[in-house]
Ligand binder design. Structure first.
Ligand SMILES: [Fe+2]
Ligand SMILES: [Fe+2]
Length: 224
């Protein structure tokens, strides 16, 4: 296998993983909608959750299209085991925690990573994907913050807990160790970010976007 074949193969695999992650995020919004209803959230949040689910379907289709083109054959999702995904009545603490981790942090970090992808991608198709994803993941992160703003008005006692969960998450995040091999390091021409860039951007996003925003959302409730 030539070096260029090897890079193309690794890029295909990386795009397939992106597509599968997007695919797995579709039912997260189905679940979030059920949780919103169960907690009595305002319809505006439900509307935004339904729209976010459509966004994730679009991201999934775009990423599979890129992976398929690189592979030279049609690629798509396989079955996912969702057993146990919805077994009990949603509970405030757990819904707030997962919204903070997956929504505020996960989608917030993904927004910045996508902006970087849009600015650096060598391929126009990948650039288009990252542009769309940057715009829409930003919206999903905003939905998560809107939910938490509403939730801590209902349950102010959760603020301390959520702040501690955020602190714990921040402590566990790190940069990609420079002595470890980064198998994505040379794939930017295919629109794939290196693990080092992904890690660095995640740390920046948490420090510059997420911690200050959490302070705005939790602090007034904590003081009041
Ligand atoms: Fe997405
Ligand atoms: Fe998203």
């Amino acid at each position: 296998m030539t070096a260029s074949d090897d890079r193309r193969l690794r890029a295909t695999q990386a795009w397939l993983e992106i597509a599968l992650a997007e695919h797995a995020s579709i039912p997260s919004f189905a679940r979030f909608s059920i949780e919103l209803v169960a907690l009595g959230a305002p319809p505006d949040l439900l509307e935004r959750s339904a729209r976010a689910m459509e966004d994730e379907v679009r991201h999934t289709k775009m990423a599979f299209a890129i992976a398929s083109r690189l592979a030279g054959k049609s690629l798509g999702p396989s079955a996912i085991n969702v057993e146990g995904a919805l077994v009990k009545q949603p509970e405030w603490r757990e819904v707030c925690r997962s919204t903070l981790l997956d929504g505020c942090i996960g989608e917030g970090v993904a927004t910045r990573q996508a902006e970087f992808g849009a600015a650096r991608s060598g391929s126009p198709e990948a650039k288009g994907f990252w542009k769309t994803v940057a715009r829409e993941e930003a919206r999903h992160a905003e939905l998560a913050w809107s939910f938490l703003e509403w939730a801590v008005q209902q349950k102010p006692e959760l603020c301390g807990y959520l702040q501690r969960e955020l602190d714990r998450k921040v402590e566990s995040m790190g940069l990609w160790p420079s002595d470890l091999e980064d198998e994505l390091a040379d794939l930017m021409e295919f629109g794939i970010l290196s693990r080092a860039d992904l890690g660095r951007i995640a740390v920046e996003s948490v420090a510059e976007d997420i911690i200050p925003r959490a302070r705005e959302v939790f602090a007034p409730v904590l003081v009041g």
